[in-house]
Design a protein around this ligand. Structure first.
Ligand SMILES: Cc1cc2nc3c(=O)[nH]c(=O)nc-3n(C[C@H](O)[C@H](O)[C@H](O)COP(=O)(O)OP(=O)(O)OC[C@H]3O[C@@H](n4cnc5c(N)ncnc54)[C@H](O)[C@@H]3O)c2cc1C
Ligand SMILES: *[C@@H]1O[C@H](CO)[C@@H](O)[C@H](O)[C@H]1NC(C)=O
Ligand SMILES: *[C@@H]1O[C@H](CO)[C@@H](O)[C@H](O)[C@H]1NC(C)=O
Ligand SMILES: *[C@@H]1O[C@H](CO)[C@@H](O)[C@H](O)[C@H]1NC(C)=O
Ligand SMILES: *[C@@H]1O[C@H](CO)[C@@H](O)[C@H](O)[C@H]1NC(C)=O
Length: 455
């Protein structure tokens, strides 16, 4: 009897202290791991820093800026890892500068309306300097494993020069590793017979090597459209194969040949779905990228496919493990502005400014989106599409978390820019967009200036 009593007392004491301990633990400083030092990692760092939250950034390369840093090399880097960047020499942004601006850090006044990668990369580096973020970043620390154990994130990372491995514990993890790095290959029949060279746009750097050659571009996404024009300026022919139903009115040059999808390759060229044949020297697949998180383990409870990451709440919070947040997994949006808003939302969440809905409600919300995609007969990858819902998304982020709202003028600028692209891919970058207020902007044609002389 007495022994039982003692036992019960012990259990009660344990429960009491256990709970007290938990409470203290929950009041302890939260530790946040930020993976990647591109725009996602840098904006997250800036806001976490402003809130006085304890965080560490792990970046696999020795640079900030992620994909915006051009590297003339292709393949692997000095550590044998696949090069992350997909930048090409002549790239200029495909969105005008007001939509490329990070909050509270104006782009330089003399920056052209659609800057080259170099000017934009300088701007990102200046941002990191201005907010004194560099000292928070562990460069050359590649994240190799992330797992959830005992209610904590265990993050394993490798210092590349010595291959030394570390494991640290964090309460939150913000994943900003980008999704424009791993090529999505179409696997077309007969590829291995083709005698010419086939590459993916990830490895496209400059047009010079295609001078006087017969080049096939597959795909009509932003890269496909942009790289086609870059190469058509020097190539003998530019065969553009795609099935986009969008009507592009661009006055293509005489060496531009539009084709439907490729049916198959043989040694010398490609046969298309309409039965026609074209002799080719080179092929560039502009067929998009795959989501790639080789470091995430099962305990993260996500369903990962090359084209989707689910289920996420507000396009970023891992519903099953809501202390894991993905940045920038939205498609067809002003990505820079969207990432900046997501970084503030994530920070507000860590700070405790708001709490997430219950798991059931988040799943419910997600399921509705998934059902909508399915009912349109579209693939699940569409779950990441913002498109027409972009401005509503910004409103919803603000409503839930209390962050400053991304003004509606951003979406309006993107909409007009999209129209300009459909009119003419050669001239849409001649427009200058000036923001008047949160709702309105003006547009005029850039007077011939230095910017139009840029590559
Ligand atoms: C060719 C091209 C053109 C583009 N043009 C535009 C444009 O005009 N306008 C626009 O708004 N957007 C554009 N984008 C989209 C662009 O991706 C975003 O603007 C933005 O750069 C995304 O930033 P991020 O930080 O999410 O990813 P990234 O810039 O890709 O940065 C991710 C970082 O994570 C690091 N990393 C990856 N894996 C690990 C790991 N395991 N451990 C540690 N570190 C890791 C990488 O080294 C990298 O530094 C373009 C993208 C490409 C590829
Ligand atoms: C929790 O913290 C309070 C003061 O912050 C302290 O008095 C108490 O002993 C702590 N409890 C445990 C179990 O550590
Ligand atoms: C490839 O196919 C085309 C069209 O059928 C044909 O004209 C051409 O000779 C073929 N090339 C080779 C090497 O067989
Ligand atoms: C969190 O709330 C405080 C108080 O309202 C505010 O000052 C701060 O900016 C908020 N943080 C974020 C990241 O929204
Ligand atoms: C071009 O740039 C230079 C230096 O940045 C400047 O002095 C000059 O006025 C610019 N020219 C035009 C036409 O804008």
């Amino acid at each position: 009897m007495c022994r039982n009593y003692l036992f019960i007392c012990a259990v009660i004491l344990c429960l009491f202290y256990g709970r007290a301990f938990d409470i203290n633990k929950s009041q302890q400083a939260k530790r946040v791991c930020v993976v990647g030092a591109g725009i996602a990692g840098l904006t997250s760092s800036r806001y976490l820093k402003e809130e006085g939250i304890d965080f560490t950034v792990l970046e696999g390369t020795q640079y900030v800026g992620g994909t915006w840093r051009y590297d003339p090399r292709t393949g692997t880097d000095e550590y044998g890892l696949p090069l992350h960047t997909s930048m090409y020499k002549h790239l200029r942004t495909n969105l005008p500068k007001p939509t490329m601006q990070l909050r509270g850090f104006p782009v330089p006044k003399d920056m052209p309306s659609f800057p080259s990668w170099r000017l934009y990369y300088d701007y990102i580096k200046d941002y990191a300097k201005h907010f004194d973020l560099i000292r928070h970043i562990k460069f050359l620390h590649l994240v190799v494993a992330v797992r959830r154990e005992s209610n904590i994130w265990k993050v394993k990372h490798k210092y590349l020069p010595t291959e030394e491995e570390f494991e640290d514990e964090f309460d939150y993890i913000i994943i900003g590793t980008g999704h424009h790095s791993k090529p999505n290959m179409p696997n077309i029949p007969g590829e291995s017979n083709f005698k010419g060279k086939i590459i993916h746009s990830h490895n496209y750097r400059e047009p010079d090597v295609y001078k006087n050659r017969r080049v096939l571009i597959v795909g009509a996404g932003p890269s496909g459209m942009d790289i086609s024009l870059d190469i058509a300026a020097v190539s003998k022919t530019l065969v553009h194969s795609h099935h986009s139903k969008i009507k592009f009115n661009t006055p293509y040059p005489d060496n531009y040949i539009k084709k439907p999808d490729v049916k198959e390759f043989n040694e010398t060229g490609a046969v298309f779905e309409d039965g026609t044949y074209e002799k080719l020297d080179d092929v560039i697949y502009c067929t998009g990228f795959q989501y790639d998180y080789p470091f995430l383990d099962k305990s993260c409870e996500l369903t990962l496919t090359p084209r989707s990451v689910v289920p996420l709440y507000k396009y970023m919070v891992n519903i099953h493990q809501p202390s894991m947040i993905f940045m920038g997994l939205v498609v067809r949006a002003c990505l820079v502005v969207a990432i900046d808003a997501q970084a503030r939302y994530a920070t507000a969440l860590v700070k405790g400014n708001f709490t997430l809905p219950s798991k059931e409600d988040m799943l419910d919300d997600w399921q509705k989106k998934a059902d909508a995609v399915r009912s349109k007969g579209r693939p699940l990858s569409d779950i990441h599409l913002l498109a027409q819902n972009e401005d509503q998304y910004y409103a919803a982020l603000t409503e839930e978390s209390g962050i400053d709202r991304v003004p509606p003028v951003m979406f309006k600028i993107r909409a007009l820019d999209t129209e300009a692209k459909l009119e003419n891919l050669y001239t849409y970058r001649n427009y200058v967009y000036d923001v008047i207020d949160d709702e309105t902007f003006t547009r005029h044609i850039e007077t011939r200036s230095n910017s139009s002389c840029l590559p």
